[in-house]
Design a protein. Structure first.
Length: 184
């Protein structure tokens, strides 16, 4: 005898709804495989224009949006969701942008996304990002982030070898130039 809320005698905890928006079937399948678990309803959307309607219909816990979609990509989708929520037309939902390159992070920030992942994706990062956003947090992928390399700066008085060195008038901070004799 089947017990409601169970599958093969195993209790299913209701996790919620996740909307996956992409015009690429392989990306939708990849995200669905990573985030699909018992109790999670996955709603696939093929165009950016359909996302707001699905959000209104399903009130998801998370919307994962592909940066590059035909006529309405992730930035436009995210901005539409933010504006409609501010008007009271849609619930506030966290948006996870799936960006193509590190430079797209700027667009994700500007659009108001709570999180972003830089492709290529992997299931562990997807699950971690989804968990953070579902709990009300944010997730900012550090993959491919430029690394800062500190460069020591020596003052002219630090060494005799820098005698005659003066900071350039229009050079960036920390850049020094040497005075060149005029030959007279």
């Amino acid at each position: 005898m089947a017990v409601p809320g169970t599958e093969n005698g195993i209790s299913l905890k209701r996790v919620g709804t996740v909307i996956i928006a992409s015009d690429a079937p392989s990306l939708r399948a990849e995200v669905a495989a990573a985030l699909g678990e018992p109790g999670t309803d996955l709603v696939e959307v093929y165009t950016g224009q359909d996302v707001a309607g699905k959000v209104k219909e399903h009130t998801p816990e998370l919307v994962a949006v592909d940066m590059q979609m035909g006529n309405m990509g992730a930035m436009a989708v995210c901005m539409e969701l933010r504006l409609e929520a501010s008007y009271g037309n849609l619930p506030e939902v966290p948006v996870l942008m799936l960006v193509d390159r590190r430079a797209d992070v700027f667009l994700a920030r500007r659009a108001g996304a709570q999180g972003w992942l830089v492709k290529p994706l992997d299931p562990l990062r997807l699950r971690k990002a989804a968990a953070e956003l579902r709990e009300g947090g944010s997730y900012h992928d550090r993959t491919f982030e430029p690394v800062s390399i500190p460069v020591p700066h020596r003052s002219p008085a630090a060494s005799d070898s820098t005698a005659g060195v003066a900071p350039a008038g229009n050079a960036p901070a920390g850049v020094e130039t040497r005075a060149v004799p005029d030959g007279s």
